[in-house]
Design a protein around this ligand. Sequence first.
Ligand SMILES: [Zn+2]
Length: 181
Amino acid sequence: MSDRLIALLAEIEAEFPTFRIAKKRTSRLQRAIDVALKIVTLGGQRVYMTRYHTVLFGTLWVPDSWDIMSDDDKYVLLRHERVHLRQRRRMGDVAMTFVYLVPFFPVLLAYGRARIEWEAYVETIRATAEVYGLARAEDLRAQIIGRFTGPDYGWMWPFPETVRRWFDEALADVRAELASS
Ligand SMILES: [Zn+2]
């Protein structure tokens, strides 16, 4: 493992002693969520087991692609997931799980999830800029807009212009942070 990844894992374990990383395929609940997501998104979300990382009850559930990710990509991902761990501590399991797993029908509930997810994506943008540079962070724009407005998260916030504005504001903040550090 890279030094950067080892250091981040140590920080996360110090802050969240029960944190662990587990494979989605080994969990009956995760497999059930996969089936439920396929149903409620009418097949739009097909990559839950193969590509999506999910924090639930303090465990990071990783998909099949975890084994082939680079250490730097794992580092960026864990920076995102640490935000969700902190949100869970702030909100509690019941509120967090409700906002997280029941977002798919009413738009008002999905807005709660979109804000939770956005807070973590700001960290993704920041960590990507730190590890790979600002140009790579800027390249995330289309992908992140697609996630918020498409089937991956159940059309969580299907307003590309709003997400684009959030992205540009976050990128401007990160650019300013890097320039001043
Ligand atoms: Zn997230």
